[in-house]
Design a protein around this ligand. Structure first.
Ligand code: AMP
Ligand code: MG
Length: 346
């Protein structure tokens, strides 16, 4: 299959959205930009479209898809139970990078939800994503548009690298503003449960609905035979080819550590802008320590760049574990297969 990558502009917007709608109405797939990462979209209500998504990504079919909507009213047909917290959170954070999990209705096929009786729903804020969903007239299931296991795509060229020949169309809307996937919050259990941290932070959610629980899977690997609270937790994620280690410690201790390992072949550092000039080994920058959003938007692109540089090992300076940095930390420890070392401790 030939994969077209078409930049969207005011001039071609209507024509391109109508082309995308035609593809998806026939059960086909289109990759499109959102404010978080690029999504691989198909009709969420068609089994066949969901099957195509799993195949194109190489994603295990028990790892459910997020259903994207353009109007809040669509939730009534997708969900069978809608708690008050849902409306409060939607009012505060939608459209935006928050996915909420609710008990599903019968119109959502098992293929879309990985056979769970719940459905994950999000209303994105990216204008192209909104217009695309509205013009289709059906909800769009869209996981990140990468090959399963690779870092999520934050540009159309990342999508092309992974999915060339597997889908007919990539809508190029430039780099994603946030750069990490949405926050995932379950409202289908007894108490709201944070399953994946993102740009809508735990603190922001708690300011609206009070205390929430946090899944242990956010910061630690699953134990053998442990059932994940969210199926995505059990799969390898975000992995560049290099062997990644997360290094916890102050800037000075991180740089001192790099001095110790600087003769290792193929070793690179992933540093903050403030400390990068002190690195004794080649490095990439993932934003500023003082600017959490800049870390989120640079992380996946940096992980992909290490592949192009043929890095063998990457030592990444650890983000904090609060606010948006918690989401960056959550992605990075997965990229590292949970390999974390502490430096500078006596
Ligand atoms: P992605 O689409 O690649 O951003 O991944 C979506 C994430 O949401 C995965 O980690 C899924 O396991 C999680 N998810 C989607 N639907 C559900 C659901 N119904 N229950 C729990 N987790 C879900
Ligand atoms: Mg993904």
């Amino acid at each position: 299959m030939k994969t077209s990558v078409i930049s969207i502009s005011e001039q071609n917007e209507q024509k391109l959205l109508s082309k995308a709608r035609k593809i998806m109405s026939r059960g086909g797939l289109v990759a499109f930009p959102t404010e978080t990462v690029y999504g691989l979209g198909g009709n969420a209500l068609k089994k066949k479209a969901a099957a195509k998504i799993y195949k194109a990504k190489g994603r295990p079919s028990d790892n459910p898809l997020i259903v994207h909507i353009a109007e809040i009213d669509e939730v009534y047909s997708l969900a069978s139970e809608i708690p008050d917290e849902f409306f409060k959170l939607a009012e505060n954070f939608w459209p935006g990078p928050l996915t909420m999990i609710l008990k599903k209705s019968s119109i959502v096929p098992d293929e879309t939800t990985g056979a769970l009786n719940t459905v994950a729903i999000r209303m994105p804020s990216h204008p192209i994503a909104r217009k695309l969903i509205s013009s289709c007239g059906f909800p769009i299931a869209a996981p990140s548009a990468n090959s399963s296991g690779k870092p999520s795509p934050t540009s159309a060229s990342h999508v092309f690298t992974d999915l060339n020949g597997k889908i007919p169309l990539i809508i190029d809307g430039g780099d994603c503003q946030i750069g990490i996937e949405s926050t995932v919050l379950s409202l289908a259990g007894d108490k709201p449960l944070l399953l994946r941290p993102g740009a809508i932070t735990k603190e922001m959610i708690e300011s609206v609905i009070g205390e929430i629980s946090v899944s242990e899977g956010i910061l630690s690997p699953l134990m053998e035979n442990e059932a994940p609270q969210s199926p995505g937790m059990k799969y390898k994620h975000y992995s560049p080819k290099a062997d990644v280690t997360v290094v916890e410690g102050s800037s000075a201790d991180f740089i001192a550590f790099l001095e110790e390992i600087k003769s290792e072949v193929g070793a690179y550092a992933l540093c903050y802008e403030e400390e990068a000039h002190l690195s004794p080994i080649p490095y990439l920058i993932f934003g500023k320590f003082s600017d959490e959003l800049s870390q989120a938007s640079a992380l996946f692109s940096a992980l992909r760049e290490f592949d192009e540089m043929e890095a063998l090992r990457v030592y990444a300076h650890s983000p904090k574990t609060s606010g948006i940095s918690l989401a960056v930390y959550n992605r990075l420890i997965r990229a590292a297969g949970f390999k974390v070392i502490k430096v500078g401790e006596k």
